[in-house]
Design a protein around this ligand. Sequence first.
Ligand code: PLP
Length: 234
Amino acid sequence: MMGSVAENIETIRARIRAAAGRAGRDPHSVRLVAVSKHQPLEAIREAMAAGQMVFGENYLQEAEDKVAAFGRGVVWHCIGHLQSNKARTAAEVFDCIETIDRLKLARGLESRLSELGKTMPVLVQVNVGGESQKAGVAPEEAGQLCRDLQQFPHLVVQGLMTMPPFVEDPEESRGCFRQLRLLGEELASQGILGRHGMLQLSMGMSGDFEVAIEEGATLVRVGTALFGERGQAA
Ligand SMILES: *Cc1c(COP(=O)(O)O)cnc(C)c1O
């Protein structure tokens, strides 16, 4: 049985603290992204009332509706695949885009952001599992993309994001999480990532966020463990 949204958030925060503790990390170095796709507005309102500040949305139209409903008091992360022709709208709606995987998308964002006079934190999505159906650049291409992104003054490239292949046992994802961290640290040591403060690593979801934190996650994207099962498309 799941508790209320407020109870679930409290439980997840405690699990985040415990996982950070096991890894000898400062629990404040891990931010919880509440994945609110296909969740009703009441549930999101409850999360906000419980102090949740960062929300993750996969679909642009749905995110637009939620931003219209809730305004800008909280932070909205794009965690879904973005088509390049939606880049201009995405630049207006979101506060952070975690799913940069090609130059064309970045160029579209930069164009609108420069008109708006707004800078945007972004992450590069890496397909660590190499699955053909998943978005993201191959690990060996991430460095070149990060380098190319430096030409865009309104994109603040903070780190990497990944979604490993689905597995039953979260321990099986540990290698993927570690691979993302090592890649991020390597690119940071070359000066092409994390030039704007701490390297950000977005990895871990409801089933495996603790393992991800043990491996260095600074953003965990948790949906069902926080809100319960998702409804149909909103
Ligand atoms: C839906 C989604 C999540 C949340 O998944 P849960 O298993 O419900 O926690 C996290 N990240 C991405 C990219 C997603 O699409």
